[in-house]
Design a protein around this ligand. Structure first.
Ligand SMILES: [Zn+2]
Length: 489
């Protein structure tokens, strides 16, 4: 942000306070100046007519991504991954096709999303399935592609110019830019930086809670059918590089029919029903509870005079509250954090508020303290390979099964007497029990189960309400070895 100098917002404010005439108010000026910037941009992007007639765009690209706070280790450098991507949009027919193939975080993916007006499908080449999308939404699905494609943002400005305000003039990378806003159909407003000389888009910014500032850079323009497209694109989150897109090909105004056709050789399956939206308490076995709703779940084990909580995903305070309907007065003495990823340490303040001891590995200490309400007073117990709770009422083992393709250290909770295993991020468990071929993370989990000689009967996890059986893990493993998955065209 150091290279940004706001030069004219304050001048605009002074003008507004010294004159009362309609032409000179700050809002009116903001609207008028935005209109001028939009007109100049339309000219630079091939003219208003070319942008009006720009109905379809399809692009092949190579993505490099960085897993900020989601890497195998707790700090930078973040894990780098690659994927191939194809996106195509047709505004008239409200058609969008997005395909992605690659891997990251111990997961492989190879699939596509097809939206055709009121209809939509999720295609998994990896699992060999096609799943209808319950409520396809063209605007939401196409949004990310529009936001990284400069001429499509200019087309948005053309159609939605009434939403645009001029924010001021800034220096960006040594060149003066006009900054104007754009409010798309869905999502927070964007601020677009247009070069004052070329009138091309250099940068776009928006604030996206809970991530923070998302910053898009458009570079390396080339002209295709009279319209300048940027060939490279960078996305930063809070000033850290997050995605680099290298465009391999761009086609404009061609029919999307071939891309939007459903593959005929895949199995049509029903979508898994949504998880409960309200927090629910399930007693898996006596005194062992899976509590959660939506995409986040925690396990609570009732000991003689206290409770041990496992998992730190979103909504731990509500999950503790729900637990109190069934276990009224025993204090939560321990909170087990499965790993250091930012969506799995949200429970630290909740456990600290309960005055519980937080279990983690030594390597994750800094992340846990940073997540706490008060870093210094956070009570930590480090797990070295294994930590055993046994008070005669329940035996609970916390085992580090790392390294895995997802995390160097990963704590799972194991109840040997009940045969219950609680895990995070290593066993996708859809609500309908339809297993997909085992991911690399799942293979590592299965390997660890056999290495440690655990006689697992039940598997529950931090992202599913479903109580899975060991047979579900076996069928995921079998599917991956029989290679049912088709390859992408
Ligand atoms: Zn994770």
């Amino acid at each position: 942000m150091k290279n940004l100098i706001v030069v004219s917002i304050s001048a605009g404010l002074m003008l507004a306070t010294s004159f009362v005439s309609a032409e000179e108010t700050l809002p009116l000026k903001a609207v008028n100046r935005a209109g001028e910037v939009i007109d100049a941009a339309l000219e630079a992007y091939g003219g208003a007519e070319a942008i009006t007639n720009l109905n379809s765009v399809s692009r092949k690209s190579h993505f490099t991504t960085w897993a900020t706070n989601q890497s195998r280790s707790p700090g930078p450098p973040w894990d780098e991954a690659e994927q191939m991507s194809f996106s195509a949009i047709d505004f008239e027919n409200k058609t969008f096709v997005g395909k992605n193939k690659g891997s990251g975080g111990g997961y492989d993916f190879n699939g596509s999303q097809i939206i055709k007006g009121e209809e939509g499908w999720q295609v998994s080449y990896r699992a060999g399935t096609v799943t209808p999308i319950a409520e396809p939404d063209f605007n939401t699905t196409a949004g990310p592609f529009i936001r990284v494609t400069a001429p499509l943002l200019v087309k948005q400005l053309q159609n939605r110019r009434q939403t645009s305000h001029w924010l001021g003039e800034v220096e960006f990378e040594g060149r003066p830019h006009d900054v104007i806003t754009l409010v798309m159909e869905v999502g927070p407003a964007l601020s677009l930086y247009f070069d004052k000389e070329t009138h091309l888009l250099s940068r776009s910014e928006r604030v996206l809670p809970p991530f923070g500032q998302v910053d898009y850079r458009f570079t390396d323009y080339e002209t295709i059918d009279g319209i300048p497209f940027s060939k490279t694109f960078k996305l930063y989150v809070n000033d850290e590089p997050n995605i680099l897109i290298d465009i391999k090909s761009t086609k404009v105004n061609q029919s999307l029919d071939t891309y939007a056709t459903l593959p005929q050789d895949l199995k049509l399956v029903e979508a898994a029903p949504p998880a409960p939206t309200e927090v629910e308490v399930q007693e898996i076995k006596e005194g062992v509870f899976l509590v959660g709703g939506g995409t986040t779940y925690a396990m609570f084990v009732e000991m003689d005079d206290h409770v041990i909580a496992v998992g730190g995903t979103a909504g731990i305070p509500e999950r503790i509250k729900a637990l109190r309907d069934v276990v009224e007065d025993k204090p939560i003495k321990f909170g087990v954090m499965t790993h250091h990823h930012n969506d799995h340490v949200l429970g630290v303040p909740a456990y600290q508020a309960e005055d519980a001891m937080v279990l983690t590995v030594k390597e994750h200490e800094a992340v846990m303290r940073a997540a706490a309400t008060d870093a210094e007073s956070l009570k930590l117990q480090f797990v070295e390979d294994k930590y055993v709770f046994d008070d005669g009422s329940h035996k609970l083992e916390i085992i580090d099964i790392g390294p895995t393709p997802h995390s160097k250290h990963l704590l799972v909770a194991w109840l040997p007497e009940e045969g219950i295993l609680f895990e995070a991020d290593h066993f996708p468990n859809p609500t309908n029990g339809q297993m997909a071929p085992a991911q690399p993370v799942t293979k590592r989990l299965a390997e660890a189960i056999s290495e440690k000689g655990l006689d697992v009967k039940i598997i529950v996890g931090s992202h599913s309400p479903r109580i899975a059986s060991i047979d579900d893990l076996r069928s995921a493993m079998a599917l991956s070895s029989t290679k049912l998955a088709k390859t992408s065209p």
